[in-house]
Design a protein around this ligand. Structure first.
Ligand code: ZN
Length: 416
């Protein structure tokens, strides 16, 4: 029986077409942010089916089941600022946009899902007026209080966009990093972006790239909060449908491989050769055909077999294993592979909000990273492999003491 707050997707979230085709079934998983207080042994969290489908009409890859947003976001504890990699990335993005669009004191930059102001702070520091829109009230309050970023605590939609436009608060740049995948009504959302832009303005969205997920077997980026997995083909159709066509696209090395897409009002900016080349490339590898998705599902199954075998062998040799990174993707990886408290002793995370709670998988206690040195497990399974370089550097002391990391994706490997 399914828990409450779950509906099956019957129509494409972007174009409304029916007949969504199956891509992969990842079984049942807890919600990624269902952390529990430590202390008394908690009830195991509810588990929800997790399947991926693709739209035969517009090629958008999306979840087959939708969890009600109030269940997904009620305990939203992810604060972007905790990652050095993300802060460097944000600063570089701000710098590029200030130069490229010649932003100054008379401009306005609006960020959708602006979190704690991790990105807008870099515009503000350069004298560019900013406005954050962040649905999580506690996080919006942090942005206002700690960074002085004006922030509206609300979901962005066409209605809010109309209010802002009527107030004369139109943007030179609208930014949405890792927000499109969370949006339930995509066309209305993009319509709102078009409404809030100046005629000369641009919209910039970063999304994890579907092609990268398929190539690098990044199946653990699939979880209930990520309702869509974008190709350039699907994005081009979505934005063109709202008279806000995409005109450029850049690959971005974050979150295991993302793309940054640029859109502007119809006729304002011609499409770049780089965009057209990627669209052709996607047609060549069959973004709109079943084959690449069948191959992906096969590689995911093979990864599970190898990881389970590796961990079973290490346990058989008497090794002690912990995990690094109490992140959402680890919930998918561990649930799908059937790995829990019988294999892993605890999980460490730098986020002080998460420390002291229990992870949704196996009720594992979440401890500070120092626990690796104090409790001395032989191995740490790296659930946040997208920050592998940064974490391996930070964990030099654990590694010098003989600790090893297991990087699970794209195929399990041990790093001394
Ligand atoms: Zn569609």
């Amino acid at each position: 029986m399914n828990p409450p707050g779950l509906t099956a997707a019957t129509a494409c979230r972007a174009c409304g077409a029916g007949g969504l085709e199956p891509v992969i079934d990842l079984g049942r998983t807890p919600l990624a942010n269902a952390l529990r207080p430590a202390g008394r042994r908690p009830e195991p969290p509810a588990e929800y089916p997790l399947t991926l489908r693709r739209c035969p009409a517009c090629a958008l890859v999306q979840l087959g089941e939708i969890v009600a947003p109030e269940r997904l976001f009620s305990d939203y504890v992810y604060l972007s600022s905790f990652s050095d990699t993300m802060l460097h990335h944000a600063e570089a993005m701000a710098s590029d946009l200030i130069a490229g669009e010649r932003l100054g004191g008379g401009s306005l930059v609006v960020e959708l899902a602006s979190n704690d102001g991790y990105l807008l702070q870099y515009f503000k520091a350069r004298g560019v007026p900013v406005l954050g829109i962040e649905p999580a009230q506690n996080i919006a309050a942090v942005a206002e209080r700690e960074r002085g970023i004006p922030t509206i605590a609300h979901f962005f939609d066409a209605a809010l966009a109309a209010v802002l436009a009527a107030q004369g608060r139109r943007a030179d740049v609208v930014i949405g990093n890792n927000v499109l995948a969370h949006v339930p009504a995509l066309s209305g959302f993009v319509h709102g972006v078009a409404t809030v832009l100046k005629p000369s303005g641009i919209a910039v969205f970063e999304v994890p790239y579907l092609g990268e997920m398929l190539d690098r077997v990044e199946f653990d980026t699939i979880y209930h909060e990520h309702q869509c997995y974008f190709s350039a083909t699907a994005l081009a159709a979505l934005f063109a449908g709202q008279a806000l066509p995409i005109y450029d696209l850049q690959p971005v090395a974050i979150h295991g491989g993302s793309i940054r897409v640029f859109a502007a009002p119809a006729g304002a900016r011609p499409p770049t050769e780089r965009l057209q080349a990627l669209l052709r490339e996607e047609q060549e590898w069959g973004v709109s055909t079943p084959e690449p998705y069948v191959e992906f599902a096969g590689r995911v199954g093979a990864l599970r077999r190898r990881l389970v075998e590796l961990l079973a062998r290490l346990k058989g040799e008497g090794r002690r294993i912990a995990a690094y990174g109490a992140a959402a993707k680890g919930v998918t990886l561990l649930s799908y592979c059937g790995i829990g408290a019988e294999t892993l002793e605890f999980v460490v995370d730098r986020s002080t909000v998460k420390q002291g709670q229990r992870y949704p998988v196996g009720g594992l206690p979440i401890l500070p990273p120092e626990a690796l040195l104090e409790r001395k497990p032989d191995y740490a399974l790296l659930l946040t492999w997208n920050f592998a370089a940064e974490i391996l550097r930070q964990q030099q002391a654990f590694r010098e003491a003989g600790g090893r990391f297991i990087v699970p994706v794209p195929e399990p490997r041990v790093v001394a």
